[in-house]
Design a protein around this ligand. Structure first.
Ligand code: CP
Length: 313
């Protein structure tokens, strides 16, 4: 595998999950694979889990790690061809991406959706700009439309916690005061559609995700009905896709509660706003597996880096 920019880059999900779980049991089993190689982590947006877990995964493989908060410390990049750069941008992606490739062997990028321009967000200017102009593998640490490292960690977590041949997994929208991107919900949906699971998405009308992504998923607007007999409930806010980037409803009744959760396991990618998205009683209960999810971010990143390094050798 050269790049990991979407979960479509996974050739065999069951094998990857099995290998990731083996890495979790023996994180240093391939400790020389990254020797004399460097990964550069470029953050155009904030992070806690992605930053630390990807560094940890790289270190477990003996990769050297360079981290740059590009969003606050780098030059403002230009992505359009033929632009007269006499406004706010200082450096073109063509030079920046080629320069980065000289200093490292893998580049990982976090660049969220702007939520102001659907067409530009879906073009994935930052991620695809680097992919186009670097000569080295590119890893997506959350882009405008996807968060494939998170979705892989989620699949690993479900495989560890699941007791059924075909569990019921529900992705439930929740209220949030700010407009949030669709990336986590998109990648989780794509991941669940690849799994042996009864997968249901529930949200208020108007919060439909990109229909290209959800076309094979069941959508149920009645949250109570969607949650019936659920084994795993993944809660996440996202802004409107149709009325792009807008918060059209903050209905508090969609917050996840212990009563609604029933006997299901509670999942969330974190960070999460307590008593807005989910009540304390859920997060502080044994049914919450959010810390296990965050822990599995290391092994999701490590299996991705291992596959890329094996391709480089
Ligand atoms: N879930 C996740 O990506 O966390 P961070 O934004 O803290 O990296």
């Amino acid at each position: 595998m050269k790049h990991y920019t979407s979960i479509q880059d996974i050739d065999s999900l069951p094998n990857w999950i099995q290998e990731a779980r083996a890495l979790k049991a023996a994180p240093k089993a391939f400790k020389n694979l990254g020797a004399d190689k460097t990964i550069c982590l470029l953050f155009f947006n904030n992070s806690l889990r992605t930053r630390l877990s990807t560094q940890k995964a790289a270190t477990n493989l003996d990769l050297e790690v360079m981290v740059m908060n590009f969003g606050s410390e780098g030059w403002a990049l230009e992505y359009e061809d033929g632009t007269i750069m006499d406004q706010g941008t200082s450096e073109h992606i063509k030079e920046a991406a080629q320069v980065v490739s000289q200093f490292c062997d893998i580049v990982a990028i976090r660049a969220f959706a702007t939520l102001t321009d659907k067409e530009k967000d879906e073009a994935e200017l930052v991620l695809n700009g680097f992919k186009k102009y670097t000569s080295i593998p590119v890893v997506n640490m959350e882009s405008s439309v996807g968060h494939p490292l998170q979705a892989l960690a989620d699949a690993i977590t479900i495989s560890e916690q699941n007791t059924k041949a075909r569990p019921k997994v529900v992705l439930s929208w929740a209220p949030h005061p700010k407009a949030l991107p669709h990336a986590v919900a998109n990648s989780f949906t794509e991941m669940m559609l690849k799994q042996e699971a009864d997968f249901v998405i529930t949200h208020p009308e108007g919060y439909e995700l990109n229909p290209e992504i959800t076309k094979d998923a069941t959508i149920e607007y009645n949250q109570e009905k969607a949650l019936e007999n659920a084994d795993f409930v993944y809660v996440k806010n996202w802004s409107s896709y149709k009325d792009y980037g807008k918060v059209i409803n903050q209905d508090k009744n969609w917050m996840m509660t212990k009563e609604k959760l029933g006997s299901a396991k509670f999942m969330h990618c974190l960070p999460v706003r307590r008593n807005v998205v989910v009540e304390d009683a859920v997060l502080d209960s044994d049914q919450s597996i959010v810390i296990a999810q965050a822990n599995n971010r290391t092994y999701a990143a490590q299996i991705v880096l291992k596959k890329i390094l094996e391709h480089l050798i």
